[in-house]
Design a protein around this ligand. Structure first.
Ligand code: HEC
Length: 128
């Protein structure tokens, strides 16, 4: 009887440990997508929310977006998003960046994978 209890405890502890590790890695990993899909699935809805006054999601996105840029464009992208964040005109960044970079990116890098931190995705899903 005592021994059965011991094994039950051990089993419960193991399951709990495995579950913790899985959820931890889900939180700390990344999800592969494309910039196009990230823009459609997360940036667009976040922009709608920002227009209604809730800017938190779009701010988080703009902080992250330069990390998705091609190496040689990272600096420029960060300038655009930083100045939008500093001025509070978040929507201005869409036009600035799209005007300069979107056409070429779409043409040459439409399928280029980007890695989005899962932590950001779960934040954005929670704030939808
Ligand atoms: C720093 C650069 C940058 C910023 C800032 C940015 N985007 Fe984009 N966005 C892009 C690029 C590059 C593409 C093209 C991706 C592709 O098609 O592969 C794109 C594509 C899109 C698309 C896909 C449809 C289309 O027009 O091609 C949507 C929707 C979009 N962006 C919404 C937004 C919104 C809304 C904002 C502002 C709140 C924003 N983006 C800010 C770079 C940016």
């Amino acid at each position: 009887m005592n021994q059965n209890r011991f094994y039950t405890c051990l089993f419960v502890a193991t399951v709990f440990l495995a579950w913790s590790l899985i959820s931890l890695s889900a939180q700390s990993g990344t999800t592969e997508t494309t910039l196009h899909d990230f823009m459609e699935d997360y940036t667009k809805p976040a922009s709608k929310k920002a227009k209604k006054g809730d800017k938190a999601a779009l701010e988080r996105i703009l902080k992250e977006v330069p990390n998705f840029a091609l190496d040689e464009q990272k600096g420029k992208w960060k300038e655009i998003t930083d100045s939008a964040l500093a001025s509070g005109d978040l929507e201005g960044s869409c036009k600035s960046c799209h005007k300069e970079f979107k056409k070429e990116y779409k043409k040459n890098y439409r399928k280029r994978p980007i890695q989005v931190p899962n932590e950001l995705i779960s934040f954005l899903k929670g704030s939808k």
